[in-house]
Design a protein around this ligand. Structure first.
Ligand code: GH3
Ligand code: MG
Ligand code: MG
Length: 490
């Protein structure tokens, strides 16, 4: 159901309609300067592009503005109210149909980000312009302004003028409605000035008076490298502006009988001009869309790589690092510790009788305990340490630059904290859990990462053998360095 419009919105709507009507009228009057005798159709009809862009940006409710502007301008040309009304209707219908098709098949494009958007846009332009051309030529024929045998060439001229107007002007307006991503650096501004200057010179050389000297060499292809430059180095705004500039200059010279396209009859010239403008605009837009697509693909790839790396190094249940990362980190830290003459400690932690939790309360409750212990460990490490889920209900901490005494204190703190966990899963108390811990230290106990892990593992199993819920240092340590403490076994 359509929402009722408030008085302010209604005023704004009228203002938009009025403004669109005025803009359409003024641009149409200027476009008629390019009219082909006897003045019924023009080489390029930019008002069609304005009408479509306005309908896309501001909504279909603006159609009276298009209708009004088109009817008025036609009235000033033909001074027949009926004909003016008919031609205005054709132009309004063309914009409404074009906007509806683009909304349906492309979305509301503020820019043409995909190559397929560009192709669909061109197809929609070609299709929707048949409406205005058909309405116009039939109306002109009915009032006798166009003789029936001349219908086809007139239809063609009208259609191609509207298509060119849309292909040229709609992307230009849509791209200028976009906010500029970032201000240009001085170098970028200089590059833009170079591009603009060179493109102007080349376009004048190709289409302007100089063609006499260059004849018989058709040099129109030399425009393309500059458009590629614009598309690959600048935003779509620059691309649409560059192609609109080139097309405007080409049209001006061709309609005035100058340049490489002015060699045939007017209709043939217009056909070549349409082909040229379409090639210029479509090539630039497609290249620009390719660049945007490539940028988006690179971003996606980057994100996927980060995710993949995270997946490859993270345990999915607890979010802790996994065993693979532990080894990577341990080897790296071991090299660093060796080089700087530092210590490196490993604490292995295994939950006691974990199987009983699974058996008594189910696997999910077991997972819940693992996650709770992981959270506890995560809160007890320094930024230089890492905690990993080594596998099953085993965790490992790697602590660079840790003294024997500090490792002992931290291991004990962990053991006591795990014992203090009072976990309830789905309103069922899980009972007290305990853990056994094994510690090994480089270089006190062993000399390399593999031996360090093995030593910590051996210490852990010693703790299990001695009755669990205790911390054991690797057997190869120097006994005199360990102060006695309850829960610590040497
Ligand atoms: P101990 O005191 O000797 O360590 O006994 P325990 O029962 O903890 O050790 P055991 O190795 O016999 O059992 C470990 C159990 O952990 C077996 C396995 O089913 C369970 N387990 C391993 N991975 C997971 C997991 O991801 N989730 C759950 N819920 N259980 C797991
Ligand atoms: Mg266990
Ligand atoms: Mg185990």
């Amino acid at each position: 159901m359509q929402e009722a419009m408030g008085p302010n919105r209604r005023m704004a709507n009228f203002a938009h309609i009025g403004l669109l009507g005025v803009v359409y009228f003024v641009v149409a009057k200027l476009s008629l300067l390019f009219a082909i005798p006897p003045g019924h159709a023009t080489a390029v009809w930019p008002p069609s592009g304005i009408a479509l862009a306005a309908t896309l940006l501001l909504g279909s409710r603006l159609w009276p503005g298009i209708w009004l502007g088109a009817a008025l301008v036609n009235y000033t040309v033909n001074s027949s109210p009926t004909l003016a009304v008919l031609l205005g209707t054709g132009n309004a219908l063309e914009a409404l149909a074009g906007a509806a098709l683009i909304r349906r098949y492309v979305g509301v494009p503020r820019r043409f980000e995909r190559c397929r958007d560009v192709v669909i846009f061109v197809a929609v332009a070609a299709l929707s312009c048949t409406i205005a051309a058909t309405v116009a030529v039939l109306s002109l024929a009915m009032v006798g302004l166009v003789s029936w045998p001349d219908i086809l060439p007139n239809w063609w001229t009208w259609w191609q003028g509207d298509v060119t107007g849309i292909i040229l002007v709609t992307p230009l307006i849509l791209s200028w409605r976009l906010r500029r991503a970032a201000p240009w650096s001085r170098q970028k501004k200089l590059e833009a000035v170079c591009l603009g200057g060179l493109l102007l010179i080349v376009t004048y050389l190709v289409f302007g008076d100089a063609t006499e000297f260059l004849s018989p060499f058709p040099l129109t292809f030399s425009i393309l490298p500059f458009l590629m430059w614009a598309a690959l180095r600048f935003s779509q705004r620059v691309v649409t502006t560059a192609s609109a500039g080139v097309s405007a200059i080409a049209t001006d010279f061709t309609v005035n009988g100058i340049g490489p396209f002015a060699l045939w009859s007017l209709n043939e010239s217009l056909l070549i001009l349409l082909a040229f403008i379409s090639t210029v605009v479509i090539t630039s837009l497609v290249l620009s869309a390719l660049r945007i697509e490539r940028g988006q693909a690179m971003d996606q790839l980057q994100r996927a790589l980060i995710e993949l790396r995270e997946l490859a190094t993270t345990d999915p249940l607890t979010g802790l690092y996994n065993r693979r990362y532990l080894w990577e980190f341990l080897r790296r830290e071991w090299i660093r510790a060796k080089r700087r003459d530092n210590t490196l400690a490993v604490i292995m932690i295994d939950i006691d009788h974990f199987k009983r939790i699974n058996d008594a309360h189910g696997h999910e409750a077991g997972d819940f305990v693992l996650t709770a212990v992981a959270g506890l460990l995560r809160n007890r490490i320094r930024s230089s340490d890492i905690v990993c889920r080594y596998g099953g209900e085993e965790f490992a901490l790697v602590l660079p630059e840790a003294s024997l005494e500090s490792v002992r204190l931290r291991a004990e703190d962990i053991r006591v904290a795990i014992k203090g966990l009072d976990l309830t899963y789905q309103d069922v108390p899980l009972g007290r859990i305990t853990a056994s811990l094994g510690i090994a230290l480089f270089p006190e106990h062993v000399g390399d990462p593999d031996a360090l892990m093995q030593a910590a593992d051996a210490a852990l199993y010693e703790a299990k053998g001695e009755g669990r819920d205790r911390t054991v240092f690797s057997a190869s340590r120097q006994l005199s360095q360990i102060p006695a403490s309850p829960g610590i076994h040497c």
